[in-house]
Design a protein around this ligand. Structure first.
Ligand SMILES: [Zn+2]
Length: 257
């Protein structure tokens, strides 16, 4: 069965434009420069898996016509990846079933502390999610719609972020850990979706040179740069990139299999 991945959002933690209308170096006339915060959806039949729940998740699902969510996998605990979790309440109401959310121990602990009412009954409202800790390999979905995942722990500044590998694709939205190139599971990919915050070096994200270095080492068929800050204009960035590397834009759909 065919599967696809939709880049729901490819912006940095503040998005483009910023909340006060600041576009940085991005041309506001190019729609590909409108970037919401990083999230993605993997779709295989009725199996619809969210990677992270950005603060923009409501509009991201609405504009991509995604009407159901089977489960959520989190890369890490930061606000720009998790703050939209409570927006998933309508899926619980529709299906009368709690949504399984997966993450490493630190992410689940942070979410339970911050949004305890979503995990257990503490208010007048019912909990809507069930927490699951990810240890290593796992699968989500049933029979032909099943998707197999491998995970890699990577450094993202002072915290860790999970790299997800599925359907010959790796999703690495928040990372500054060059040691990932040693991991054999990242070879022979169809798509590498990788953090590329800006041109300058950053303490917790890959910059352009580092993202291109990882691309050169891993040699996927195609690399898509994500988590793009407002100083990276889509067209100007595209012109700098070697063959096989493109910037992401919100709504970009990749056919995986
Ligand atoms: Zn982060």
């Amino acid at each position: 069965m065919k599967s696809s991945l939709i880049i729901l959002g490819c912006g940095s933690s503040i998005g483009v434009p910023r909340i006060d209308g600041f576009w940085g170096k991005c041309n506001k006339k190019n729609k590909k420069n409108i970037r919401t915060r990083c999230s993605a959806a993997i779709i295989k039949g009725s199996n619809s898996i969210l990677i992270d729940t950005s603060p923009d998740i409501k509009n991201q699902l609405f504009s991509n016509k995604i009407k159901n969510i089977s489960s959520v996998i989190f890369t890490h605990e930061h606000a720009d990846q998790t703050n939209g979790l409570f927006e998933l309440r309508p899926f619980y109401w529709k299906n009368n079933k709690k949504i399984n959310v997966y993450g490493n121990k630190k992410t689940i602990k942070a979410l339970k502390r911050r949004d305890s009412y979503l995990f257990k009954k503490t208010t007048d409202y019912p909990p809507i999610v069930t927490a699951k800790i990810i240890h290593s390999n796992f699968s989500l979905g049933q029979s032909r719609e099943k998707i197999y995942f491998k995970t890699i722990n990577s450094k993202h500044g002072k915290t860790n972020s999970l790299v997800y590998i599925f359907e010959q694709t790796a999703y690495i939205s928040d990372c500054n850990d060059l040691s990932i190139i040693k991991n054999k599971n990242l070879y022979n990919l169809k798509y590498l979706i990788i953090d590329c915050l800006k041109l300058e070096t950053h303490p917790s994200h890959f910059n352009l040179d580092e993202a291109l270095y990882v691309h050169k080492q891993l040699r996927p068929k195609k690399t898509i740069l994500t988590n793009l800050h407002h100083d990276l204009d889509y067209n100007k960035l595209l012109k700098k990139l070697p063959k096989g590397v493109v910037p992401a834009y919100d709504g970009l759909k990749l056919n995986l299999y």
